[in-house]
Write a protein that binds this ligand. Structure first.
Ligand code: AMP
Length: 216
């Protein structure tokens, strides 16, 4: 399968789209945010440093991100095709990533930009809750994926929690960081000829459009 890079503002639907692709095509989903949240749980100086950076919505240093990503890409399951979610976040990361690909002998694949309105994004972030046991994602504001019980996962009964960075203040920060640092990637990949746009307002639409690209 073609490797996929998903570029989009926070909560544009990268996680949802990835989940659908994993289920249907056995893709490996690599979210640098998830890699960092896992690393932040370790009771070490590095874990604490990452945890503090995550709370503010600031980008974590490239050194930390590349170290975690390279370890993950070296696992053999990535050979069948993987989705990068949340990476690269800026031009420097995009360029350094290409060096890593050469080293690993992997293809860049396709780059997909998810187009979603600012208002939709804000509601998705402020209302988002996640199951602490199985990672399922729900929303209490958008009317889509509302959990039956506000505190419990419909699928496994696990407790639902709010990510520490899913609040309005942090959303504004993350959106600003995205506009300043990540958006320039759109032109970068457009010039390379790898960029495709898809509509991120509904999951059915996203899936239909991306399947068109994968079957091309
Ligand atoms: P996400 O789950 O993609 O929304 O990421 C959550 C947070 O993890 C971001 O606000 C950043 O602090 C950090 N993060 C995720 N991916 C990266 C990356 N590629 N480079 C730097 N920081 C990242």
């Amino acid at each position: 399968m073609k490797n996929i890079i998903l570029i989009a503002p926070p909560a544009a639907g990268k996680g949802t789209l990835s989940e659908m692709l994993v289920e249907k095509y056995n893709y490996v989903h690599i979210s640098t945010g998830d890699l960092l949240r896992d690393a932040a749980k370790s009771k070490t100086a590095l874990g604490e440093k990452i945890s503090n950076l995550l709370k503010t919505g600031e980008l974590v240093t490239d050194e930390i991100v590349f170290d975690l990503l390279e370890k993950r890409l070296k696992e053999p399951d990535t050979l069948n095709g993987y989705i990068l979610d949340g990476f690269p976040r800026n031009l420097e990361q995009a360029k350094k990533y290409e060096e890593m690909l050469t080293k690993l002998n992997y293809d860049l694949g396709i780059v997909v930009f998810l187009n979603t309105s600012y208002e939709t994004l804000k509601k998705r972030i402020v209302g988002r809750v996640v199951c602490q046991d199985c990672g399922s994602v729900y929303n209490t504001l958008t009317g889509v994926n509302t959990p039956k019980n506000a505190n419990l996962c419909d699928k496994c009964g696990g407790l639902l929690y709010k990510r520490s960075d899913d609040n309005e203040e942090s959303f504004k920060n993350r959106y600003e960081t995205y506009t300043l640092k990540t958006k320039p990637l759109i032109n970068y990949y457009k010039e390379k000829g790898n960029l495709f746009y898809i509509d991120g307002e509904s999951k059915e639409q996203m899936m239909m459009e991306i399947e068109g690209l994968l079957n091309d």
